[in-house]
Write a protein that binds this ligand. Structure first.
Ligand code: HEM
Length: 404
């Protein structure tokens, strides 16, 4: 088995091979072992068991945030990150996550279902009559943004600032982001912060209201401070946008390239949730996450010292044949499809996973039902991100091409 990247590094997050041939890429890394040194001081976890154990070990394993923050220039983007739960661990993380968590509980999910349903209807009504459109520009990018705007309770007038801002913040989180990307992320946090602060000041606290009012109630109850309140509104906007957009585009790309799977799903819509989970398993929007040991740990028989940085390769774990037989096939009857690690596992498990699954289920179901003739109108254009490997354009059409 040849190395994945030039030099001695087994896993390079910027390797173009990850996008060109994910099956061979992940298989090659898994063939080297479940957990092994990467050749540059870091380690890589590739098996489902190793990744899952590391993610769930809240005692001995934490997010590798100190390292990332040490390399990040002080500024608005830095302040944003340190105030969000994604950069916290231990008791502080539990407290802040606990304050935001009820917003994504069963009662609110019911309300979110109505929002997602209504928005999906709006998008379908607009697109159904069009012979062709760009699925990225006209659906996958704006749809999750409108959903999160409605849930937050912020008018969609800000969608351009939000869309561009969320994009810039995500780009700032790319591995080894250059200074110009950090500067753009600084400016984006300034712009997004100004908008959400205005609404945060105006809106009354209401534990049963939209997300802004609910989080204000949590702030007034002393569960989160003002900076955490404001920055979590930015964070939810960002966390709910590019991830979901990537899931929708990867899913549509898959279904349009596998008409037999699309037909099976159309014939039995009760499989839609399995389809969403299988799409997330095969194409997790976040292909890997970084963790660090706090104390020596033994995982899969391998001893790791304290302070060790580990790439937890979600993309490899999700295709581990020991966990998912015939791993490279989307299987609408897979019984453990929901066990994928696209939302990871353990204390930092994605808070928006139910909302994201809901969006995926509703969009795929309705597009297959209401646009049965939809097809790709040329190859989709891959985006330039390493962290979120989706598309920048995906031309589709609903009618036969014009004769030339
Ligand atoms: C398909 C869509 C989504 C995917 C694949 C996804 C994936 C993830 C992953 C992998 C993490 C953990 C990152 C880490 O710890 O290193 C995470 C965290 C998080 N996600 Fe999502 N996400 C999605 C959608 C959403 C949505 C719609 C929201 C809310 C609006 C959301 C809110 C969050 C929050 C608040 C966290 C932080 C949890 C914590 O640190 O305790 N996500 N997500």
């Amino acid at each position: 088995m040849s190395d994945q990247t030039p030099g001695n590094v087994a896993f390079d997050p910027r390797s173009p091979r990850l996008r060109e041939d994910p099956v061979a890429f992940w298989e090659g890394l898994r063939a080297k072992g479940a957990l092994y040194p990467n050749g540059n001081g870091t380690w890589v976890a590739t098996s489902y068991r190793a990744c899952s154990e590391l993610l769930r070990d809240s005692q001995n394993v934490a997010k590798a945030t100190a390292q990332r923050l040490a390399n990040m220039p002080r500024g608005r983007f830095y302040d944003y990150n340190v105030n969000t739960m994604a950069f916290m661990d231990g008791p502080e993380h539990r407290k802040v996550r606990g304050a935001v968590f009820p917003a994504f509980g069963p009662g609110n999910i019911r309300r979110m279902t109505e929002t997602v349903e209504a928005l999906c209807g709006e998008f379908m009504a607009d697109l159904k009559g069009r012979p062709g459109f760009d699925f990225m520009r006209d659906f996958a990018t704006p749809f999750p943004l409108y959903v999160i705007c409605d849930i937050l309770g912020i008018p969609r007038d800000h969608r351009e600032t939000f869309g561009e801002g969320a994009h810039a913040v995500v780009a700032g989180l790319e591995p080894m982001a250059p200074p110009e990307l950090i500067a753009r992320a600084d400016a984006a946090c300034d712009a997004l912060g100004a908008i959400v602060t205005r609404y945060a000041r105006e809106r009354p606290a209401d534990p049963d209201g939209d997300l802004i009012s609910f989080l204000k109630a949590q702030h007034e109850a002393g569960l989160i401070d003002w900076d955490q309140y404001v920055n979590h509104m930015i964070f939810l906007l960002v966390a709910g946008h590019e991830t979901t957009s990537t899931m929708l585009s990867q899913g549509m790309n898959y279904l349009l390239r596998h008409p037999e799977q699309a037909a099976a799903l159309r014939a039995d819509p009760s499989r839609a949730m399995t389809a969403v989970n299988e799409i997330l398993r095969l194409h997790p929007p976040l292909q890997f996450v970084l963790r660090q040991t706090l104390a020596p740990v033994t995982v899969e028989g391998v001893e790791l010292p304290a302070g060790q940085l580990i790439f937890v390769l979600v993309g490899a774990a999700n295709r581990d044949p020991e966990m998912f037989p015939d791993p490279d096939t989307l299987d609408l009857a897979r019984t453990n499809a929901a066990s994928h690690l696209a939302f990871i596992a353990g204390p930092h498990t994605c808070l928006g996973s139910n909302l994201a699954r809901l969006e995926g289920r509703m969009v795929f179901e309705r597009i297959l039902r209401e646009m049965p003739d939809l097809m790709l109108d040329g190859p989709p254009a891959p985006n330039q991100n390493f962290l979120f490997q989706g598309f920048s354009a995906m031309p589709v059409r609903q009618s036969a091409p014009h004769p030339v």
